[in-house]
Design a protein around this ligand. Structure first.
Ligand code: PAF
Length: 296
C-alpha cells in the first residue's frame, strides 16, 4: 500500500476501518512534525511490530502556553512526508486545528498531580493539553500499539496512566532516547540552538551520562549522583530542575536508589528549553522501564 495523506477524521476512520477489517494490527506514532531520527526510530519499531503504521503530524495548540513557541515551532511538512514515505508509513494524518478542536470544544483529560510535577511546574496546563490531544488521537486512530520516546519521560508516564485510568484499548511502547554522536538528545527544538548554544547544550547529557556511569560503578547515594550530574550543568543559562524520581509516580527518591529511577533534567540554553533523562536500574535484568509500561 502506498502512503496515504489524510486531513480529516472521517477520511482517517474510513481508511483505518478497512485496514482493521482485513485483520491488520495498527501502530501509531503521534508527533508534532519536524521529524528527526528519534521519530524514525519510533516508526521503525512500529513497522516492525504492526501491519500498518499511522503517523500524525499536528502542532497541538493546547499544550503551549501563550508565552511559548507555538507560532515559531519548527515545521517542514515536505521533509516529514519524505521521511514517513521512506520508513514505510501507511497513513500520514495531518489535520488542521479546526478539525481537531471544533467550535465550542470544552472537554479535557486532566492528568492530576502527575501533570504538576517536574516540567509541569514550569509549564502549567501543558500536560492537560498533551493528555487531551493524545486521548483524542487514540480515539481517532484506535491503534493497537502507540510509540513514544523516553526523552519525554513525564509525558510517557502520564499517557500510560491515562490509558490505564480510562481503560483505553492501546498498548504503550516507550523507546530509548536517540542521541547525537556527542550525546545531545534529539529534539525538534534543537533546531533553535545557535552553533554556540548547541555546543553548550551537550552539558545536559554529559551530566546525566556521568551520573549513569557512577551508578554503574556502584554509586547509589541520590545526593552524590545528583552532585555528579550538577557539576556538568554550569553551562546552562537556567537550570529548571535536576531530580531523581520514581519512574511510575515521578516522586523524588529517598537517600539511596534501590529501585529503577529516572534522573531528569530541564534547562534553558540561550532561549531554548531542553529536557533529558536517563534511567538508573539497580538490577538491569529485572526492571527495565519499558516493561513497566508495555502491556502486551
Ligand atoms: O511528544 C510530542 O510530540 C507531543 O507532545 C505529542 C505526543 C505528539 C502530543 O501533541
Amino acid at each position: 500500500m502506498s502512503m496515504r495523506i489524510v486531513r480529516t477524521i472521517p477520511e482517517l476512520r474510513a481508511l483505518l476501518k478497512a485496514l482493521r477489517e482485513g485483520g491488520s494490527r495498527i501502530g501509531f506514532v503521534p508527533t508534532m512534525g519536524y521529524l528527526h531520527e528519534g521519530h524514525a526510530a519510533l516508526i521503525r519499531q512500529s513497522t516492525a511490530r504492526c501491519d500498518h503504521t499511522v503517523v500524525s503530524v499536528f502542532v497541538n495548540p493546547t499544550q503551549f502556553a501563550p508565552s511559548e513557541d507555538l507560532a515559531q515551532y519548527p515545521r517542514d511538512l515536505e521533509r516529514d512526508q519524505a521521511l514517513c514515505l521512506k520508513h514505510g508509513v501507511s497513513v500520514l494524518f495531518m489535520p488542521e486545528a479546526a478539525e481537531v478542536y471544533p467550535t465550542g470544544f470544552c472537554s479535557v483529560v486532566e492528568p492530576g498531580e502527575l501533570g504538576n510535577m517536574l516540567c509541569g511546574q514550569f509549564r502549567p496546563g501543558h500536560f492537560r493539553g498533551v493528555a487531551t490531544i493524545v486521548t483524542k488521537l487514540f480515539n481517532m486512530v484506535q491503534p493497537d500499539l502507540a510509540f513514544f520516546g523516553q526523552k519525554d519521560l513525564q509525558q510517557t508516564v502520564i499517557i500510560s496512566r491515562v490509558v490505564r485510568d480510562l481503560n483505553l484499548p492501546v498498548d504503550i511502547v516507550v523507546a530509548p532516547t536517540i542521541r547525537e554522536a556527542d550525546g545531545l538528545a534529539l529534539s525538534s527544538r534543537n533546531a533553535y540552538l545557535s552553533p554556540e548554544n548547541r555546543l553548550r547544550a551537550v552539558c545536559l547529557s554529559r551530566g546525566l551520562l556521568a551520573a549513569e556511569s557512577a551508578f554503574r560503578d556502584g554509586e547509589r547515594r541520590s545526593e552524590r549522583l545528583l552532585a555528579i550530574a550538577r557539576e556538568h550543568l554550569t553551562e546552562v543559562d537556567e537550570l529548571q530542575y535536576l531530580e531523581l524520581v520514581d519512574t511510575q509516580s515521578l516522586e523524588t527518591l529517598g537517600a539511596v536508589v534501590t529501585r529503577t529511577a529516572a534522573m531528569c533534567v530541564a534547562a534553558i540554553v540561550g532561549q531554548t528549553r531542553l529536557i533529558d533523562n536517563v534511567l538508573l536500574t539497580p538490577d538491569p535484568d529485572s526492571a527495565h522501564f519499558i516493561s513497566h509500561l508495555e502491556m502486551d
